[in-house]
Design a protein around this ligand. Structure first.
Ligand code: FEO
Length: 400
């Protein structure tokens, strides 16, 4: 049974959602599922823009057939070769053997690496600024390397001003019938997943995303069709502004995320006390997380959201308690930068975590560590309240 929706008179959504997958890329929890978006353009020539994940292949293939309604498929445009969009290319080739595969040279090489079908007899290699006329429409191909793999390109329909943006402007979350961002409460229900998707999947490549945003700024765009999540046809500037902030590594909000790694609760108690001291000073945007209980993808996303981060960790095996050590590695891997940081360490006989956390943070770009590391020996004592209050004051003083 097909399940498609019209986007315009001659563009059809043929993607599908997966609500069974627990971990996207086998690492990121997706309790709200994910959609694999794909589009069929019905012009004098027909075009399939990207494919879908193997998990949704039956639905996807039904959808493509329904959209084509018996017409031949002339082209398959491959903007991105990651298997969540490309694993079904071979099935598409089997079903539509006359279709030309339109992609760039890098993606063509990856197709040869992933698959064994005859690519070269059906390959149409395109490069930056090449176009494909399909009748009324004219598709322009624009390279967007490292957003999120090196072969990525985006496709711009200059006639209806539609940008097929590959992973850019995507989000975690299965679609719920409403495929347009203006049909849902995006800010309330989708933004956290959109941020977590961007930061964790593409966040390392802010410079390249800025490059794509500059190219996009030169185009008239009425609609953005990403490969995951809702389609944008209204208030596009809202989401472009989010991408601009995220890719410049600027905080989205003035506020504090406090993340602690605590073995028996004493480090947690100090972190919670600091949250209260900040609240008493008027800081309203505070989020506290236990790194042992919260997936690191959420912690990384929250760290990108706020201007300030407090990291509190017990000493463990003469190092940093592992959930916090893992967080710090992940922050560095995602080019985390340009934030204010405060540190809390704990050690019953030889506190080591503070020194090591500071050293990892100093490897990141434009990080400001506020004050001295607040040190607990087993448990925070009332006599230390003033020192923690001073740390809270220093944080407040660094806020705009
Ligand atoms: Fe949604 Fe980079 O694949």
């Amino acid at each position: 049974m097909h399940n498609i929706r019209k986007i315009t008179n001659d563009l059809v959504y043929v993607g599908a959602s997966d609500r069974r997958l627990a971990l996207f890329e086998n690492v990121y929890p997706i309790p709200r599922g994910v959609s694999y978006n794909s589009y069929v353009l019905l012009d004098e020539q027909t075009v399939l823009l990207d494919c879908a994940d193997l998990a949704v292949m039956p639905q996807f293939m039904d959808n493509v057939a329904a959209a084509l309604a018996g017409r031949k498929l002339n082209y398959i445009v491959v903007n991105h070769l990651e298997p969540d969009h490309a694993a079904t290319i071979e099935e598409a080739v089997l079903r539509y053997p006359e279709a030309k595969i339109v992609t760039n040279a890098k993606a063509a090489n990856m197709i040869r690496q992933f698959f064994s079908f005859d690519l070269d007899s059906r390959l149409m290699t395109v490069g930056e600024a090449d176009t494909l006329a399909t009748g009324r429409h004219e598709l322009h191909f624009v390279n967007a390397p490292m957003v999120h793999w090196p072969e990525v390109m985006v496709t711009y329909d200059a006639i209806d001003r539609i940008l097929f943006s590959a992973d850019a402007f995507g989000t975690f979350g299965a679609l719920n019938g409403n495929i347009f961002a203006d049909e849902v409460d995006f800010d309330r229900d989708w933004l956290d997943d959109a941020r977590r998707y961007y930061i964790n999947i593409v966040g390392k490549y802010g410079v390249q995303v800025q490059g794509l945003l500059k190219k996009a700024a030169a185009l008239q765009i009425d609609t953005i069709c990403p490969l995951h999540g809702p389609i944008w046809r209204k208030d596009i500037g809202y989401f472009i502004a989010k991408y601009d902030t995220w890719s410049r590594y600027e905080p989205e909000q003035e506020g504090v995320v406090i993340v602690y790694g605590s073995v028996y609760g004493h480090t947690a108690a100090a972190a919670e006390r600091l949250a209260t001291l900040l609240a008493e000073r008027g800081v309203r945007q505070i989020a506290v997380y236990d790194a042992s209980q919260t997936d690191v993808s959420i912690l990384v996303s929250e760290a990108f959201r706020f201007s300030h981060i407090v990291i509190a960790a017990s000493t463990y095996n003469a190092g940093i308690f592992t959930p916090i050590e893992n967080l710090l590695h992940d922050l560095k891997a995602h080019s985390f930068q340009n934030r204010h940081v405060a540190l809390i360490e704990n050690g019953t006989w030889a506190a080591q975590s503070g020194k090591q956390m500071r050293s990892m943070i100093e490897e990141m770009k434009d990080m400001t560590v506020l004050g001295d590391t607040f040190t607990i020996k087993s448990a925070m004592k009332p006599a230390q309240e003033n020192d923690l209050a001073e740390l809270a004051d220093a944080m407040l003083g660094s806020m705009e």
